[in-house]
Each structure stands twice: as C-alpha cells, then as structure tokens.
Ligand binder design. Structure first.
Ligand SMILES: C[S@@+](CC[C@H](N)C(=O)[O-])C[C@H]1O[C@@H](n2cnc3c(N)ncnc32)[C@H](O)[C@@H]1O
Length: 350
C-alpha cells in the first residue's frame, strides 16, 4: 500500500552506525539509551539475559556482543519475531526468540527449560518498524487502517472507537492519553461515527485535530509542539494493548524470574509507565514513594527488600542523543538489582 507520509518519523535516521539495526527494507531503528542499558544490565559470560521487548533486536544484539551470554528475545509482534530470525542465525546457540507477551515470560522460558535468569530488560512502547508501517495503524502521520495491535490479536483501535460509549472513550483518552480535552475528543468521535464508521488513522487524526481548541501561540511559536492527535493515539494504543497491565504483570514476573544479583532494567517513554516502574522499584527496595519532595524517604516496615536500586533517580538521554534520535527525548531508564529476599506477596505490594 502506498504510504501517505506526514512529517518525519520520530525513530528513523538517514544513516546507520555499526550498532544500529538495519531493517530489511533499509528502515533504521536506533536503540534508545543503549550504553546506559548495557551498563545497568551488565551481561557477563555464561549468564542468561531476557530482552522482553525484542523489537528490531538492537538491545539483544548489543547484549550478545557485550558478553558470551545467552539471550532470549521476547516480543508479542509476530513481524518482529520474523525479522529477528536473521539475528538468530548470526548468534547460533546463543539467541532464542519467543513470541508472546512479556507478562508471560516465565511460562515462555519454562517452555525452553529456563527457570532463573541474570537480567531482564524492557524497552516499552512501539518500535520504529511498527510506527512506520501505515498498515499497522499506529501513526497519525500515515494513512492506514485504524489497528494499533502489537500482536494482531484481540480488539483493534477501530473496534474501540466505533463501539465504546462516550464515557468509556472519555476515560480511556483522559487516563491513558492524559488529554485535557478528552471529553471534547470523545464527543467528536461519537458524532463522527454516527455519520460513518471511523476506520482510518488520518480520518481519526483529522477529526481529533478539528475537535481541539485553536492552537495557541506565544512569541510567534505554537505553545504545544506535539500533533493535536498525539495523546488520543497514545491512549488508544495503550488501551488496545493493555500496556499498563502488561507492565505491572511483567515487573512481577521479572521479580520471580531473576536470581539473586539479577538486574532489572526498564526504559519507559511516558509518565504513566514511569510511575509504575518507579513505584515498583522503590517499594521493593525499601523506600515508599515520597509524599512530598522535601520529606525524607520513608522506610517501609514489612517484607525484606527484594530489589536494591542501582540508581536512585532516572537516567535520561544526553542532549546529543535526544537531538539525533527524537524518540529518545522522553526516555527514562530505571534499574534495580535482585536481592536474595523472597518475592513479595501481592498483599505486600505498594
Ligand atoms: C521500543 S520497541 C523495542 C526496541 C528494541 N529495544 C530494539 O532495540 O530494537 C518495543 C517492542 O516491544 C514489543 N512489546 C511491547 N509491549 C510488549 C509486551 N507486553 N510483550 C511483548 N512485547 C511487547 C513491541 O511489539 C515492540 O516490538
């Protein structure tokens, strides 16, 4: 299908450096915060490392190059797995690809006889190949079917916008898109679909843009630099793929799967995800989230810490990385090391 392109794709570059995975049709995916991920994950010879979001294989390749370890690449996108087959041939006996959601990493690994691992990395969200393929329906920059499913299973964004009630749509757009004008957008969706079903990405992007208040300017510059449909598209994608539920279950699975000393590294791209990761890591390393920024960190009395933080705050990209790879701008890395303490019960969880 011919792609109608609007603006630049956020994760693609015009030239590839040697560490940048080259996709079969010359699109490029630049792994975000790669050197920081490797530093925290610290793969060592003989270890087993899980890349729970294989994508274009950028992290996995770097992990396999950093040490003589074994890697398991998990992704719920069948296309990512198909592309990854090339990488498997480059690292015979060291790379195994497993298709499925990372929330099910324990059963996926159990299926290949692995019960404990030394590292788990998650690089959340969508990949460049997913965003750049109009037919996947993730982007408001290309005209494509309104799909947005990473795994091509379950309900699509088209199902949601055409079937959900006004209140449900408002809630999804407000909660997962943090869109101030959620009600307004939801009303526009309901009005438009009464005329004809909403089936295309640009159809949705245009109607959301029209529903928004006029763009405000300050000193000749628009106050917001993001496309008016950005938050609505983010909300639908998160909802359709149950991304927050996946993340919660994935963190719990990593806690059970990591052996003592094992590293958990998570790169997130928006505040909803980062909040989940921060709360999980801080609570399990013995610190409750601070109620106020000037209050001292409160030590939790309860189960022994199952993690220790590798760094108290987040790691952000350098200015240079943010400039060369715009997708990296909002990236936040958090990392923690598994202690010998037992896994927390759900009742203990923050
Ligand atoms: C940002 S990309 C990862 C890019 C990768 N780190 C690289 O360097 O090429 C995210 C990938 O994770 C996958 N993904 C997102 N959520 C997932 C989940 N819950 N389970 C499995 N895969 C998931 C997506 O399909 C996508 O391919």
């Amino acid at each position: 299908m011919a792609q109608k392109k609007r603006g630049n794709s956020p994760t693609t570059g015009s030239s590839a450096d040697p560490g940048t995975p080259q996709l079969p049709d010359n699109r490029v995916h630049s792994p975000v915060l790669l050197s920081e991920v490797l530093k925290s994950l610290a793969p060592a010879d003989g270890e087993v490392i899980v890349d729970g979001t294989f994508g274009a294989g950028g992290y996995t390749r770097a992990i396999l190059d950093a040490a003589n370890c074994k890697a398991f690449g998990i992704d719920r996108d069948p296309e990512a797995m198909a592309r990854g087959a090339v990488l498997s041939t480059e690292y015979p006996d060291r790379l195994t690809l497993l298709q499925g959601p990372f929330s099910e990493m324990e059963s996926l690994l159990d299926g290949v006889g692995v019960a404990k691992v030394a590292g788990v990395v998650l690089d959340l969200g969508v990949s460049s190949p997913q965003l750049d393929q109009a037919e996947r329906g993730f982007s408001f920059r290309f005209d494509g079917p309104l799909d947005m499913r990473m795994s091509s299973a379950g309900q699509s964004a088209e199902d949601v916008v055409n079937a959900f009630g006004l209140d449900e749509l408002t809630e999804i757009i407000r909660n997962f898109g943090e869109e101030r004008h959620a009600r307004r957008v939801a009303k526009a969706i309901v009005a438009a679909r009464d005329e004809k079903p909403i089936t295309r990405t640009l159809q949705l992007a245009d109607l959301v843009s029209e529903a928004m208040p006029p763009i405000r300017y300050k000193k000749g510059q628009p106050v917001s630099r993001i496309h008016p449909a950005t938050r609505t598209f983010q909300a639908l994608r998160i909802f359709v793929n149950d991304e927050i539920g996946e993340l919660r279950r994935g963190l719990l699975a990593a806690e059970r799967l990591l052996g003592e000393g094992g590293r958990l590294v998570v790169v997130s791209f928006h505040s909803l995800e980062d909040r989940e990761v921060k709360n999980f890591m801080k609570a399990r390393s013995g610190f409750a989230p601070r109620p106020h920024r000037h209050s001292p960190a409160a030590e939790i009395t309860g189960p022994a810490a199952s993690f220790e933080l590798l760094k108290r705050g987040v790691t952000k990209p350098t200015d240079e990385e943010a400039q060369t790879n715009p997708r990296a701008r909002s990236a936040r890395l958090r990392a923690a090391r598994r202690t010998s303490a037992p896994v927390w019960n759900m009742e203990d969880a923050a």
